[in-house]
Every structure is written in C-alpha cells, then in structure tokens.
Design a protein around this ligand. Structure first.
Ligand code: NAD
Length: 306
C-alpha cells in the first residue's frame, strides 16, 4: 500500500486525491482553508461515479483519505508528495521548502505548477532540492493520464526515472520534458490556441460557442487519437509530412495568427464570461463536470483500444 500526501486541495489537489484513492492508495491531505475537508469530500464523491465506471483498483476506497492539521504532519510516511497551492512563485517556494524540510529525503515532491520552472521552485529547499520537480497534470486529474515531469538544475536523471515509476503506479502516462521552460509542453500549446480564441472573440469574428464548436466537431476529435504532427502527416497524403510542408509550409508565414496576448479589457472579459454562461445554460460546474467525465470515460475506453 502506498501513501500520497497532498498539499493544497483545490481543483487540482482534489483531482490528485481522487486519482490516488481510485488506485487503492492511502491519502493524507493538508489545506488551511476552513471548509477544505468538506469541499474535498464533495469533490471526491462527484468524481467517484466516473472512476467506478472506469474501474477501481483493488482496495480503492474513499475511507483511505485523512486530513492532517499541519503540513508537517501531512507529509509523514509519504511515498510521494504533490503540491497544489495557488500559482504564485513566492508562495510555492515557501511551501516547497517547508515540505522539503519535513519530508523524508528519498521522497519525490511533485509540484502541479502550470508554468514555473523547477529550478526556481527548488531555490529555497535546503535538504534535498533535486527531488522537487514539476509534475504537471491535466484537469480532471483523476481521468486524464498525462503528467509532465520536469527536473531542475539539482535533479538527476535517475531521480526523474524513479518519479516516472511513482506516477505510473498512479496509472498515469508520464512525459519527461527534456529541458525546463516556462509552461512546459502542453500549456505552451494550449496557451497558443487560447490566445487565438480570445482574439477571435475580441475581433467579433465568432462567439465562444462557435469557437468551441470548431474545436469539438473538427480538430479536437482527431487530437484525442493523434497529435498535431501525426495529424498533419496524414493531411499530406502519401508521402505524408514532406508533402504537407511543401504545400502548406509557405502559409505559415502569412500573418493569420496574432501570437501576442490580447488586452483583457472589461469588454472582452464580459463577452467571454457571458458567452460561457450562455453555453452552460444555467448548469452548475459540477453538473458539467459529470457530463464531461462520462464522455471521457468512454473516450478513454476507446483510446485504450487503438
Ligand atoms: P485552486 O485555487 O483551486 O486551489 C488552491 C488551493 O490551495 C486552495 O484550496 C487553497 O486553500 C490552498 N492553499 C492556499 N494556501 C495554502 C497553503 N499555504 N498551504 C496549503 N494549501 C494552500 O487552484 P488549482 O486550480 O487547484 O491550482 C493549483 C495548482 O495546480 C497551480 O499551481 C496551478 O497552476 C496548477 N494547475 C492547475 C490546473 C487547472 O486546470 N486548474 C491544471 C494543471 C495545473
């Protein structure tokens, strides 16, 4: 039996907790918010229904979750520690140095950070800074298998290999990122699409619903089987990518895309928020979560066949 210790139990921390419980792990959590435990238990209950459908590991139980009164108490006995506090570098550095001081030296400490580099996260850690790595998951963490693992200047390749095994034991698909950069790999890609989408709304070209339809009924369907490169390899016909680049390569130079972030004016914020509220049609996020989860469970079953 293994123990995951989770520090910070918001959307992502709770996702890690649900994943670990579903895989039969013990979980000890810490979050100073007064309603944290109640929020987590409600979150796990909402996620459990999809996790049951996807198949629970032997011994999986929500009873294996315990909240600790302090961060130091939470990391005792951990086989793996996951930090998920808000995305502010000074806060992350403070929390990670406290975890590093309290945890046994051989235990990997993964940070869920979407953007910070591991070397910056390791900066205030005195005991074993190399074991503080980026372990960046995707929402909903309890269903999406990818976790990007990134080491900093104090991290050895052997430690990253060990971390790969730790996350595989949580039924994840770890991707070791070769070099640390802000935003790692997947968020760099998602940010590029997100910037373009915001420009299209800002320029009055499309509504949020229309842009989402372009993804859901078009490129998004293919992306769950093949990524950008293999998709475009097929788009080139025989002989694949070489022909694709010859034909469409020159178009890359056309000034279609904007690349820079649009100004988040009040007007743009209102348009985007109103667009999303229209799409949600009064359904609370937890209800939309369940709809997404049911779909993802079927999709995961399908992707495992291919
Ligand atoms: P969130 O705001 O939902 O949760 C943050 C939690 O941290 C809250 O429960 C808060 O009470 C707790 N917290 C605050 N101070 C704390 C402290 N001193 N000690 C312990 N807990 C503390 O945020 P989130 O969306 O879960 O993001 C957490 C991390 O995960 C961020 O680094 C973010 O970049 C990353 N991430 C987010 C997503 C996403 O889609 N939301 C995806 C991947 C990674």
């Amino acid at each position: 039996m293994s123990q995951l210790s989770v520090v910070g139990t918001g959307v992502i921390g709770n996702g890690w907790i649900s994943r670990a419980l579903a895989n039969g792990w013990d979980v000890v959590a810490f979050d100073p918010a007064p309603d944290a435990e109640a929020r987590t238990r409600a979150f796990v209950e909402n996620a459990w229904h999809a996790l049951e459908k996807d198949g629970l590991a032997e011994g999986a139980s929500v009873e294996r979750l315990r909240f600790a009164a302090t961060l130091e108490e939470a990391v005792v006995g951990a086989d793996l520690i996951q930090e998920n506090v808000p995305e502010r570098l000074p806060l992350k550095q403070e929390i990670l140095s406290a975890i590093d001081a309290a945890a046994e030296e051989h235990v990997v400490i993964g940070s869920s950070t979407s953007g910070f580099k591991p070397t910056d996260l390791q900066q205030n850690c005195k005991k074993a800074p190399g074991r503080v790595i980026v372990a960046h998951p995707f929402n909903p963490v309890y269903l999406l298998p990818l976790v990007e693992l990134v080491g900093g200047e104090h991290t050895s390749p052997a430690l990253l290999e060990g971390a790969r095994e730790d996350y595989q034991a949580l039924a994840m698909r770890p991707l070791i990122v070769r070099r640390e950069i802000e935003g790692h790999i997947a968020d760099r890609l998602m940010e590029a699409l997100w910037r373009e989408a915001l420009h299209l709304v800002n320029d009055g070209v499309a509504t949020t619903e229309e842009i989402d339809a372009a993804v859901v009924y078009g490129c998004g369907l293919r992306w769950s089987l093949m990524g950008t490169f293999l998709t475009f390899h097929l788009a080139g016909g025989e002989p694949g990518m070489r022909h694709m680049l010859e034909q469409f390569g020159p178009a890359l130079k056309l000034p279609w895309t904007k690349l820079e972030a649009p100004e988040l004016t009040d007007e743009l914020i209102d348009k985007v928020v109103e667009g999303c509220e229209y799409q949600a049609a009064g359904r609370p996020v937890a209800e939309l979560d369940r709809r997404r989860d049911d779909f993802l469970v079927e999709l995961l079953t399908l992707t495992r066949k291919y």
